[in-house]
Write a protein that binds this ligand. Sequence first.
Ligand code: 5AD
Ligand code: SF4
Length: 489
Amino acid sequence: MRRAGDARGNTRELFKLDAALVNDERVGESEQSGAKPVGGASKSFYLKTFGCQMNVYDSERMMEQLTAQGYTETPTLEAADLVILNTCHIREKAAEKIYSDLGRIRDIKNARSREGKATVVAVAGCVAQAEGAQIVARQPAVDIVVGPQGYHRLGELIGRVQRTRAPVVETDFTENAKFEQLPTVRGRQTPSAFLTIQEGCDKFCTFCVVPYTRGQEFSRPVDQIVAEARRLVEAGAAEITLLGQNVNAYHGAYDGSRADGPPASLADLLGALAQIDGVVRLRYMTSHPRDMSDDLIAAHRDIPEVMPFLHLPVQSGSDAMLSAMNRRHTASDYVELIGRVRQARPDIALSSDFIVGFPGETDADFEDTLRLVRNIGFAQSFSFKYSPRPGTPAADRDGQVPEAVKHERLQRLQGELEQQQLAYNAGFIGRQVLVLVERTGREPGTLVGRTPYLQLIHFDGDAALIGQVVPVTVTASRQMSLTGVIGGV
Ligand code: 5AD
Ligand code: SF4
């Protein structure tokens, strides 16, 4: 199954592709007339995923539906009867990219049309949710706009476009009918699989579009998640990463048919999943400090399948900024919380997201962030310049920070974080780590896997080891990866 390259664990790369809408130019009409409807024996689709792992999961579910309907995936845009962009709206930059991609897709659609071939163009994901019909107004080559809660109806929407030739916009938040209506069978899995357990967010951080694009917090029931995890294992997965915008706020019913009982916490869910034969490793992301409950901290100590890795965004080390961001915790709350996590699991690898240049951020606020970073010591991190998002409270605030200042602060913060990651990885040289082998490497005879701490590691070995956990001794380290040899040195 296709994934967004090496995207997992490298959210930085993915988030670079974020979308938003800034280009106000109108583009020309597409040529639709005379084209044959999509159909026949060899329907093919091209799907491009932007943004976070939740989009990667959604793309997999779309691909499964399309495969069930007789489509095959093509890596070539020109060959595709159906083109889908699964988009991200979290920061501004990549929307320009979406619209430039759409311009290119329009040209290809027109060229195909001249050859008598129809092309259906769909925009899915968070830009679709945020922009709705405006997308079709700006780029008439788009036939379908479908938000994250509506993609289970993709087949039906394609059919409607083919019948009516009119664009469709599906951006209702239809009470999470999606998971019940998606096919239960999961496609072939790589050893490490994603499973969305929670969607939406009620936190309303003042910089963030997620509460608007993904809606209210919603947790899938435990029985439904366990059933999906079993199917992932049957399809070849050994590690499951539970996904949610606010995953540790998870509070699903045990039994999907009875929503009235006491809810399960994320720790309860991890305990249930760890019982499944074949589930070797469990991870979860992304968490909020306010929802880091004692039972979840204890799960890192008590459940061996729960990996010693925690992505817990702090965003800033300044209490004034944290308050302006509506984060509902202080810097010292975060430090104290990390202390408790480390007490439960001393070797835990820590990861965070940071925003620099939030409105009103002074040099002193930024220094507080650097101080927090030095105080905690992160194994890896993601850091971003504040990007004003239309409709969010911080976007219109006074005190917007000049681009040059944001740039300079980001450079300094990333310099510090890179040093920490280098030092963290260098500390593994000579140590033996258990590695889940994920795939073959670029050179023949090489393999790539992940340590418990989510580091990427390269080593020589036979492809038959893919899907197994093997001991590897680390021989060299870089910022983004390790190198090792199977067994001892
Ligand atoms: N500007 C910059 N970064 C943002 N993030 C979310 N919204 C914005 C924004 N408007 C970052 C946060 C979040 C991560 C997924 O993206 O750090 O944790
Ligand atoms: Fe966005 Fe996360 Fe804040 Fe929710 S908790 S509003 S998803 S940054």
